[in-house]
Design a protein around this ligand. Structure first.
Ligand code: F6P
Length: 328
């Protein structure tokens, strides 16, 4: 069986609240088991640039409550090249790293899978960390709960002012390819409509629904538009609606990167700790090219390749049905 002695840990891609509790769990679980830990700064970029440092128990003190990631993160194009990967491998080997914990989303896992196929002597374990909640093999990804709560708080406030002025708001939330935040936040805030990348919405139907709501004495309306919706973005949708319903007082809000920051929720602190703990234990057990994830409240492993299978990933059917019924 593969035996490891030094784990490198990195966070890559978009940061997500809960990454810090996860780093803490990785470091302390590894040290508890007599392993050494190297922190890699800015994701794969740190491997390529040899920007790494030895971590001890105190390097992860008082970080449970911090958003962002103490290791910093990046989207690293050079890691997609053979030269970049070779450089990363040479630096990892020179440090004595024989296992990696990579915390991130689909881009991070795609890189991890390529790397570990090319250099199988370094074991790789993925931890799902993205606010997008779009990986197979984990019902929830790190940061999704916190981000959704942040969005809900913001939309509740917008509802107050929308109601006071009888206005129609179009609110863009994050999710280039994923409607997960839009769907949950929309149902939680009673949005009149939710536009998702996974499901086409005809603008004519949207307009008809909004008019109907108006006739049914709705004082305010909120339409949530996920970043990746295919109707021309939040401004495009708002413009198309305004052209048809001239008497509406329409406003647009883009929530943007505030959705990625903030202290992790209780859920994300526990999930980060569980996943970090499980990732190290899986590496000690000789596993590689897997992702640890939450399934029916158990931490289970999925092949990295399967975790990336977007065709298998689906938004919850009951939530999709509900969104058309509850807010009418
Ligand atoms: O992958 C998470 C995510 O927040 C997406 O929802 C969003 O489209 C993207 O990152 C934004 O990335 P960046 O911060 O690099 O602009």
């Amino acid at each position: 069986m593969r035996k490891i002695s030094k784990i490198g840990v990195l966070t890559s891609g978009g940061d997500a609240p809960g990454m810090n509790p996860c780093i803490r769990a990785v470091v302390r679980t590894a040290l508890y088991n007599g392993l050494e830990v190297v922190g890699i700064r800015q994701g794969y970029k740190g491997l390529i640039d040899n920007d790494m440092y030895e971590m001890d128990r105190r390097s992860v003190s008082n970080i449970l409550n911090l958003g962002g990631t103490i290791l910093k993160t990046a989207r690293c194009l050079p890691f997609k090249t053979d030269e970049g990967m070779e450089q990363a491998y040479q630096h990892a080997k020179a440090r004595g790293i024989d296992a990696l914990v990579v915390i991130g989303g689909d881009g991070t896992f795609t890189g991890a899978l390529r790397f570990s196929r090319k250099y199988p002597d370094i074991a790789v374990m993925g931890v799902p960390g993205t606010i997008d909640n779009d990986l197979c093999g984990s019902t929830y990804t790190l940061g999704f709960d916190t981000a959704t709560n942040t969005v809900i708080q913001a939309i509740d406030k917008i509802r107050d002012t929308a109601d006071a002025h009888d206005r129609l708001f179009f609110i863009e939330v994050m999710g280039r390819d994923s409607g997960a935040i839009a769907l949950r936040a929309g149902i939680s805030c009673g949005a009149e409509a939710i536009l998702l990348p996974e499901r086409a919405t005809a603008i004519d139907d949207l307009i008809a629904n909004l008019k109907e709501g108006h006739m049914n004495k709705k004082s305010s309306s909120i339409v949530i538009v996920a970043e990746g919706d295919k109707n021309g973005g939040v401004y495009g949708v708002a413009k198309a609606v305004q052209e048809e319903v001239k008497n509406y007082d329409i406003k647009v809000t883009i929530l943007g990167h505030l959705q990625r920051g903030g202290a992790p929720s209780s859920f994300d602190r526990i999930l980060g700790s569980r996943l970090g703990f499980a990732a190290v234990n899986a590496l000690i057990a000789g596993e590689s090219q897997k992702m640890v994830g939450l399934q029916a409240n158990h931490i289970l492993m999925t092949d990295l390749e399967a975790a990336l299978n977007h065709h298998e990933f689906k938004l919850e059917e009951d939530l999709l049905q509900m969104m058309d019924i509850l807010s009418i």
